[in-house]
Design a protein around this ligand. Structure first.
Ligand code: GLN
Length: 474
């Protein structure tokens, strides 16, 4: 049987009705993962040949600690690290009956937006393997888009679930900050890190959210608010009675025309489905990238100080010289952020950079607060472009940072964001191919249910457009 088109819910149904066994499903995806990994490099560690228990397989970004399973953060620094403890998200996923299905490739320590910063080589986009899949959760997006796994876990600090989901044509869901525990997830920027999911359907994302989200005493910033999802949201066929905000600051000149058209078509559909579409303003949007690239490195510098070869991290290849350890074990982007972060936190500069960035972050948060008094959800493009060629922006960190312009503000505000595929656009460098475009749906704090409801309705409405094309590797 061909399982790769099916959602978790459909696969579960096959098991319940005796049409397939969990073992058959596992072997099917294992074979696909093995067959395509040399081409796509989606996994840093392939799923085991013999799983320890049965249940539907979910791939795990290589920075969620799992007991006894090598977890590298795609860094040479942790190449041989086997965690002695389990992250809350993977523990809850397993409690709900799922099994872990390999560790997926990523930008080293989740720093990047293309997957190219992995110490184990870039993952490749199944729509065109000469292109990036987005990042930092590159391998998780690739595994789901190529049908190597029915779902995957990722993390999103500034867009790392939403942007690769958009570029690979699948669903990506980042619940609001504090909804999923950070316990056991290798820290990048602690005030931003948000675990979440890659799935084939919005409903699957909702199901995983129900399974893993909720208060965790091991994480000091975990929200102590019950996670509810009303089953009636999956029955909705239209968007009548809903107010949808379109922020004018997200429709700027840098957007590729094809992306713009795909998003405009999706907005026209939202109107057709009965929602009231309202133009809004999020006036501090333009400062998002500078604020993020000040706060994120500052937190990176403190979080990654532990990889000093004494507390954590290998000193292999340094001849035992600890002063060499970090330059040997960490890649360029990680070193760049650690240096920038130490600088913006240093005495004399702290007020001018870190403090100021934190103040502007509050303004960005307020923009959203005000907007959500007026509208139920906000929709925007996810990224200004479709997937680019591997290497095209490789040595230009600024060009890469600017790609995050539409995902960063929601991260700074800590609000939930869902991406659903809505169409296709040709990249600037090749008019003969079509690559996926995702619509970003943002909700207020604790507004996960609204995002999922709107996403589910849009998914049904855009089905014929989205399903008219399939990735090259699928
Ligand atoms: N691309 C962003 C960065 O490089 C976001 C990364 C993330 O969300 N982990 O920081």
């Amino acid at each position: 049987m061909d399982f790769k088109n099916l959602s978790l819910i459909e696969l579960d149904e096959l098991i319940k009705t005796g049409k397939a066994t969990p073992q058959e499903i596992y072997s099917y995806f294992l074979e696909r993962a093995k067959e395509h990994n040399s081409e796509l490099n989606a996994f840093t560690t392939l799923p085991p040949d013999t799983p320890q228990w049965s249940g539907l397989p979910i791939s795990v970004k290589d920075l969620f600690c799992e007991v006894g399973i090598r977890t590298t953060a795609a860094s040479h620094m942790l190449e041989n690290f086997v965690p002695p403890y389990e992250s809350t998200v993977t523990a809850r996923m397993k409690d709900a009956g799922y099994i872990s299905f390999g560790k997926t490739n990523m930008d080293e320590f989740a720093m990047g937006g293309s997957g190219e910063n992995s110490a184990f080589g870039p993952a490749r986009n199944p729509w065109d393997p000469t292109r990036i899949p987005g990042g930092s959760s590159s391998g998780s997006a690739v595994a789901v888009a190529a049908g190597l796994a029915p779902a995957a876990l990722g993390t999103d600090t500034g867009g790392s679930i939403r942007q690769p989901a958009s570029m690979c044509g699948i669903v990506g869901f980042k619940p609001g900050y504090g909804r999923n525990s950070r316990y056991g997830v290798m820290a990048m920027a602690s005030s931003l890190d948000s675990p979440g999911y890659f799935t084939r359907t919005v409903r699957d994302a909702g199901m995983l959210y129900r399974a893993t989200a909720g208060h965790d005493a091991h994480d000091a910033t975990s929200l102590d608010v019950p996670v509810t999802l009303d089953a009636s949201i999956w029955e909705r066929q239209d968007l009548s009675g809903l107010k949808v905000g379109i922020p004018r600051e997200y429709f700027i000149d840098g957007i590729e025309p094809g992306v713009r058209t795909a998003i405009d078509n999706a907005i026209a559909k939202i109107r057709e489905l009965g929602a009231e579409v309202i133009e809004i303003s999020l006036p501090h949007t333009e400062h998002g990238v500078s604020v993020y690239y000040t706060i994120c490195p500052a937190e990176v510098a403190s979080n990654l100080a532990r990889f000093d070869g004494i507390r954590y991290g290998s000193i292999a290849g340094t001849g035992g010289d600890i002063t060499e350890n970090r330059s040997a074990g960490l890649g360029n982007e990680v070193q760049r952020r650690s240096l920038v972060g130490s600088f913006v936190l240093s005495s004399g500069f702290y007020d001018a950079y870190y403090k100021k960035a934190s103040a502007v972050r509050e303004l960005i948060r307020d923009d959203f607060k005000k907007a959500f008094k007026q509208v139920d959800v906000i929709v925007t493009p996810t990224a200004p472009t479709v997937a680019w060629k591997i290497g095209a922006k490789g040595d230009d960190p600024l060009a890469l940072y600017l790609e995050d312009v539409f995902t960063i503000p929601a991260s700074l505000a800590g609000i939930p964001g869902l991406v659903v595929p809505v169409g296709y656009a040709s990249p600037k460098d090749d008019a003969s191919i079509d690559l996926p475009v995702g619509l970003q749906i943002l909700g207020p704090v604790l507004g996960e249910e609204k995002c999922l409801m709107v996403g589910h309705v849009m998914e049904q409405a855009m089905k014929s457009v989205v399903e008219s094309k399939k990735p090259k590797v699928f």
